[in-house]
Design a protein around this ligand. Structure first.
Ligand code: ADP
Ligand code: ADP
Ligand code: ZN
Ligand code: ZN
Length: 836
């Protein structure tokens, strides 16, 4: 046997920015990939190792899948040897997750249904139900009234006609289809003799009801383009109509479309005209009455699914240990039932204990996954894998510590160790020092981002990294951690909120200092996001009369969980806040059409510059000519995307470069125009650094580029599509866009876990930028679990002490130096290590 046994050997990896990387990494070990944001860690771990494992797997399954894989991206690598099959537990930032629940993701609900089916208490005379009868997603289980949704949706006159001062011609019936289809319905009403030119509210009630709610669908002659009067004359003369039109009431249109359309955007459009209320039959429990009649430990299955997992575990424990009240009697009378109960309860308890140890005990089985943070979702999947009994596979994870308070990191490491001990390889992209220190092997990528990164600086056991001078990671891992020499700034006032009630917060009062940097901390699930990202954002924007930009949820909006309760008001401090900005890690766009240059506004200046060249003026090309969103200048084949979408059958669609413009996005005539010998596509392919040199004579462009370099994005290309940017990059682009505005000093910035995905050296850069916002007189509030950020703050608000029901209170509030002495704060001991 060669000494290479037990290693994965990679040769010539060149995906994205990787520079022909040769590397050997051990199997059956915890391997942590480190390096600053954009250095190439994900390109190596996911883009190369995982992608190749996936490709080989698909190739091995079937000829059919092999056909598909020809269209799948093949990683740029010469060879990989010794690579086991891989499972990725990757966080999908910003991407909409398909609707599922904690119970379904973890498969705990399946076991619970089995428990109710086989070991539940049935009312006298009721037959045993199959497990499916306890699922709202099956015909056997779903409540017949709400079809398992828990809510019923109806339309009302008010929901479909929001403004009754409008006439039908002025589109009073907002719920009707847009464009020609809506006009068609209007023309039908004219034929039927309804007045479409008086305000809706002046129409008789009987007519309004018929138009909105009738089930009838009369077919009538339509005379397009004629006035109401002319239509009546034409009818009398029995003229040949333009066509025969079928009438559909607004209600019928909305409900049919909602039930039948396959288009998410149509569904979303009509859903806004519907109003929902709790289903009167199942009271929101989503199941048939027969299923809800079965109980276990005094609860029906819906009630059990609403208990925090921690409480569920406590409830099941005595059954697993055969010590529940009345157990002996049951074991004597129904021995088979006792056996089933014990087995299922033991299995559930065992699996729940992993979830609890990963700090997720505050979740309920019923909680829908789109309301979870990416970190919570990843840990759920991780916990599920711990019990999968797989071995010999590679798990590839990105930042499993995301959203996790340091107090919970130990449990995470134990879960990773368990999977390793079962005979698996753990490849983890991570920034948290606690996780890096625990690694068996470190692969440090860098030294910088993008073009200046992509090399492996070190590959080996952690201590060896201490000799690698090029490594940024080395600095944070082996030398002191504090941010020395910071002085605390004092607030110039307080933003006070009172009576906040939301999720686990009950009647909480809080005071946020103005004009300084505040971190809100606490264990995962303690209520940080509920207080800051939900309530505070809503209250402040309401006070400012600022439209809350709706979360970009994809369709299904109607089924999204509404907060159960909402209470709270601002009692002081609004006078000095003029604007609210939330900076998150959501993508700056979902198609290749958005990019850094368009998002920051920098591209507007560049286009004007091209339009002002002699050649452009001669040809009468204006700035619009140089936009890939305007037809005249862009490539007609890809409509300026540079990419064409290739639809794959049951895999996510992929983008391929446009064969006509070769990805340049513009048509040949547009590309003939040059500024300083570069065409517009050349400019879009420049990095921010290169463009900074190129546009030396253009102060406005220089300024935007300068800020982008300051936030550490000098390596990005101007035209790099939004779809290729990481969450951390998107966040920094948003931040840079803010920083280039002329600051008015009265803005409140709110950031939820801005350090996610950031290397400690990136965190230092971020702190520097946040400081700049504060120095211009603004207020910054971040939700954080990164102790570096906390230590650098002027004020800390610690929420907790625990998660869910055990949290939701403000445990401590003060300067970082005050917080470390607070005995009640779980954050204090960790913060202490980062204080000078
Ligand atoms: P890290 O994981 O270390 O943050 P990445 O591997 O995501 O870094 O990125 C490394 C480099 O590759 C960056 O310059 C990034 O902009 C670029 N990159 C990432 N994804 C893509 C992509 N899909 N296409 C082209 N370039 C990409
Ligand atoms: P943190 O931000 O500190 O991790 P959260 O504010 O997200 O905590 O959560 C606090 C509590 O509120 C938890 O018990 C969590 O399960 C619950 N919660 C948060 N968001 C929702 C939601 N959309 N629906 C139901 N419960 C929620
Ligand atoms: Zn119902
Ligand atoms: Zn094209």
């Amino acid at each position: 046997m060669s000494k290479k046994d037990g290693f994965v050997q990679i040769r010539g990896a060149r995906e994205h920015n990787l520079k022909d990387v040769h590397l050997e990494i051990p199997r059956n070990a915890l391997v942590v990939f480190t390096g600053i944001s954009g250095s190439g860690k994900s390109s190596l771990a996911f883009g190369t190792l995982y992608a190749e494992a996936q490709r080989r797997y698909l190739e091995s399954v079937s000829p059919y899948a092999r056909r598909l894989f020809h269209q799948m991206p093949v990683p740029e690598v010469d060879s990989i040897e010794g690579l086991p099959p891989a499972i990725a537990l990757q966080q999908q930032r910003g991407a909409p997750t398909t609707r599922s629940s904690v119970g379904s993701v973890t498969t705990l609900s399946n076991s619970l249904r089995m428990l109710y089916s086989r070991a539940g208490n049935y009312p006298e005379g009721q037959e045993i139900l199959y497990a499916e009868s306890f699922s709202p997603n099956t015909p056997e289980g779903a409540c017949p009234t709400c079809h398992g949704l828990g809510r019923v949706y109806e339309v009302t006159e008010q929901s479909m006609v929001p403004d009754d001062r409008l006439t039908i011609r002025e589109r009073a019936i907002a719920a009707w289809p847009p464009a020609w289809h809506g006009q068609n319905l209007r023309d039908i009403l004219t034929t039927l003799g309804y007045d479409i030119d008086i305000p809706w509210r002046k129409l008789p009630k009987k007519d309004r009801n018929w138009i909105l709610f009738t089930e009838e669908q009369p077919v009538v002659p339509v005379y397009a383009g004629l006035s109401p009067k002319e239509v009546q004359q034409a009818l009398k003369r029995k003229d040949t109509p333009s066509y025969q039109g079928t009438f559909t009431s607004a209600r019928k249109y909305v409900l049919d479309t909602f039930a039948n359309t396959e288009s998410a955007s149509m569904k979303k459009r009509v859903s806004q005209y519907m109003v929902g209320k709790e289903c009167p039959l199942c009271m929101g429990k989503r199941l048939r009455p027969e299923s809800l009649a079965i109980s276990f430990a005094g609860y029906d299955i819906a009630e059990l699914s609403r208990l925090p997992l921690k409480q569920l575990a406590t409830l099941l424990h005595p059954y697993a240990r055969e010590s529940a009240p009345g157990w002996d009697q049951m074991a004597a009378t129904h021995p088979e039932k006792a056996i089933v109960t014990q087995r299922i309860a033991a299995d559930l308890s065992d699996r729940l204990s992993v979830l609890l140890s990963l700090g997720l005990g505050y979740l309920t089985l019923e909680r829908s996954t789109p309301t979870l943070s990416p970190g919570e979702l990843q840990r759920l999947r991780l916990a599920t894998q711990v019990h999968s009994n797989l071995f010999g596979v590679v798990y590839v994870l990105d930042e499993p510590s995301a959203g996790l308070h340091p107090a919970d990191t130990q449990a995470l490491l134990e879960a990773l160790d368990r999977l390793k001990q079962a005979g698996n390889s753990m490849f983890v992209v991570e920034h948290a020092l606690g996780v890096i220190r625990h690694a068996d092997w470190i692969v440090d990528v860098g030294p910088e981002a993008g073009e200046h990164g992509g090399r492996v600086l070190y590959s080996g056991p952690p201590p060896g990294l201490s000799h690698v001078t090029d490594s940024h990671t080395r600095r944070y891992l082996f030398t002191d951690n504090g941010l020395a020499g910071r002085s605390i700034r004092s607030p110039r006032g307080w933003l006070q909120v009172e009576g906040v009630t939301r999720n686990n917060l009950a009647n909480v009062d809080a005071a946020f200092p103005l004009g300084v940097l505040t971190s809100v901390s606490g264990v995962s699930g303690s209520g940080k996001s509920s207080l800051v990202s939900q309530v505070l954002v809503e209250l402040v924007s309401r006070e400012l009369g600022q439209e809350l930009v709706a979360e970009a949820d994809q369709g299904e909006s109607i089924e999204h969980d509404m907060p159960a309760t909402l209470g709270g008001r601002i009692t002081a401090g609004m006078a000095s806040i003029g604007r609210l900005v939330t900076v998150d890690q959501k993508p700056i766009g979902r198609t290749p059409r958005s990019n850094l240059a368009t998002y920051t506004g920098l591209f507007d200046h560049v286009r004007k510059l091209f339009a002002s060249t002699q050649a452009a003026r001669t040809r009468h090309y204006d700035a619009g000519r140089f936009s890939f969103n305007v037809a005249k200048g862009r490539c007609g084949n890809c409509e300026g995307e540079g990419f064409v979408m290739v639809e794959l059958l049951f895999l996510p669609s992929v983008y391929a470069p446009c064969p006509v413009c070769q990805g340049t996005r513009f048509n040949a005539e547009t590309l003939e125009i040059r500024y300083k010998n570069k065409n517009i596509a050349d400019v879009l392919s420049m990095t921010v650094d290169a463009a900074h040199d190129f546009f030396v004579d253009e102060p406005a462009i220089q300024r935007s580029l300068g800020v982008l370099r300051e936030v550490g994005l000098g390596y990005l290309r101007l035209g790099q599509p939004a779809t290729e940017l990481s969450g951390g990059e998107a966040q920094r682009i948003k931040l840079a866009t803010e920083l280039q505005r002329t600051t008015r000093g009265n803005t409140l910035y709110i950031l939820d876990e801005p350090t996610t995905g950031l290397h400690p050296s990136d965190v230092d850069k971020l702190i520097f930028q946040l400081d700049k916002l504060v120095q211009s007189g603004n207020t910054v509030i971040v939700v954080e679990h990164d102790m570096r950020m906390l230590a650098a703050s002027d004020w800390v608000i610690d929420i907790g002490p625990g998660a869910g029901d055990e949290g939701g209170r403000i445990v401590a509030s003060g300067t970082p130096a005050e917080i470390v002495h607070d005995k009640a704060s779980r954050t204090a001991p960790f913060l202490k290590e980062f204080m000078p």
